[in-house]
Design a protein around this ligand. Sequence first.
Ligand code: G3P
Length: 219
Amino acid sequence: MKFFLDTADIGEIETGLEWGMVDGVTTNPSLIAKQGKPYLPTVREIAELVPGPVSGEVLATDLEGMLEQGRRLAGLADNVVVKVPLGPPGLTAVRRLAAEGIRCNVTLCFSPSQALLAGKAGAAYISPFVGRLDDIAQDGMDLIRQVIAIYSHYDFGTEVLVASARHPVHVVLSAEMGADVITLPFKTLSQLYRHPLTDIGLNQFLSDWETTGRSFDDE
Ligand code: G3P
């Protein structure tokens, strides 16, 4: 399963790349707004830093606007994937942009029927939002299970990108279900490394060795 970072924070992306765990990045207007920087230059800066796919979202809500902004986003760098919201204009834009060789990530997916439409439209990625479904007392991971089952019958070429992931259980379940990609806040990526028994075990190993009074280099 590929790990994308769900952030527009350059420091977080640099750290994730250094750890060797970041296969790509997803952004959205809220994440870029948090950085207090201009929109397109921020997507370009991230795309130049990251070797893998970087999703940048259109801000337009009408078809012509989405096409125009989608082409400009895709023109920033070869690895930019155009993020388009679900709905008739969004999925029409996906079909038209795909015909031009532009890869799209369909965002704000909350139902299996929406995912089916995105596959038929030729999306490169579908982004079902698991955390926001959990927020309204529906199990977001049920949606991932359904989308994977539906896509397994057809040949859409659309990757299932688990979005709005909030904690390590989302990551483990996504991997068990065989999701193609999960996009993670930096905090969740960091949490994946942690286990109290790792810390306790390491302290024990080091303190046991310290009692010998010897060093690593002693012959
Ligand atoms: O980028 C889309 C998605 O991952 C947003 O997550 O936590 O704002 O629901 P969240």
